[in-house]
Design a protein around this ligand. Structure first.
Ligand code: PEP
Length: 254
């Protein structure tokens, strides 16, 4: 059975105190809700990681992740943070390939492939994001785009390494826009991703890979999205900043 994950992406929001308060609230509300193969992962700004990882200790199924790392080990890279540094906070995951990093910070597939390697080397689970822009969807090229992102960003991994990866399909046109992919549109792409994994690796690996949906996911649309056979949870942006909404999304699996 595949792991079901609801991950929150807080983006560049919340000061330290606000982050600790929100995380405490979420932990209190979900501690009896996270069951079986389910996991909740909060991906916060770096400043919160150590404090919230401490708070997560002792709550099974609740984990903490970063939203970026740099691929070098250490050294003169002013302003950057390495995988080992993130790991030392107690975080276990890192979002890589988010469309905001690709668009605003120029992260290309090559840089992302190096970040994936650095994360795995230091025992962080990459939540690797892929997805097409509105133009790419409208032109019908979305399978091609997603295939390229997988091929160049992550298909250099061995079978063994890939088992520690989580994927997130995030259509760029649905992120922060209030537009959500319909359950059918999302399922179509998730099934395509799983078939592509089976072709590149094997059916067992494809069947075991957790693939999240992200893009204006909320408590109303999550039940239909998460009931699709190839959707294993969500990467939640805006709604992860409201404890009630986020926890209602977590509870969809109960
Ligand atoms: C995201 O940024 O990963 C995301 C899915 O954002 P939102 O839920 O706000 O669309």
């Amino acid at each position: 059975m595949r792991n079901k994950i609801v991950a929150g992406n807080w983006k560049m929001n919340l000061d330290h105190q606000q982050g600790v308060s929100l995380f405490s609230e979420i932990v209190n509300m979900v501690k009896d809700e996270v069951i079986g193969h389910q996991q909740v992962v909060i991906c916060s700004p770096f400043i919160h990681l150590h404090s919230i990882a401490q708070l997560a200790k002792g709550t099974p199924g609740v984990a903490v992740g970063a939203q970026n790392i740099y691929f070098e080990e250490a050294g003169a890279y002013t302003g950057e943070i390495s995988a080992a540094q993130v790991k030392s906070t107690g975080a276990t995951h890192v979002i890589l390939g988010h469309s905001e990093r690709r668009a605003y910070f120029g992260e290309d597939d090559y840089v992302l492939s190096k970040k994936v390697d650095a994360a795995l080397k230091h025992g962080l689970i990459p939540i690797f994001c892929i997805g097409e822009t509105r133009e790419e969807r409208e032109s019908g090229r979305y399978f091609e785009v997603i295939n390229e992102q997988l091929k160049k960003g992550i298909f250099h991994l061995s079978n063994e390494a890939f088992e520690n990866v989580v994927l997130a399909y995030e259509p760029v046109w649905a992120i922060g826009t209030g537009l959500t992919a319909s359950p059918e549109q999302a399922q179509e792409v998730h099934a395509f991703i799983r078939n592509t994994l089976a072709e590149q690796y094997n059916q067992d690996l494809a069947d075991g890979t957790t693939i999240l949906y992200g893009g204006s996911c909320n408590p109303k649309n999550a039940p239909d999205l998460f009931s699709q056979p190839d959707i294993d949870g969500g990467l939640i942006g805006g709604a992860s900043l409201k404890s009630r909404d986020f926890v209602d999304i977590v509870k969809v699996f109960n």
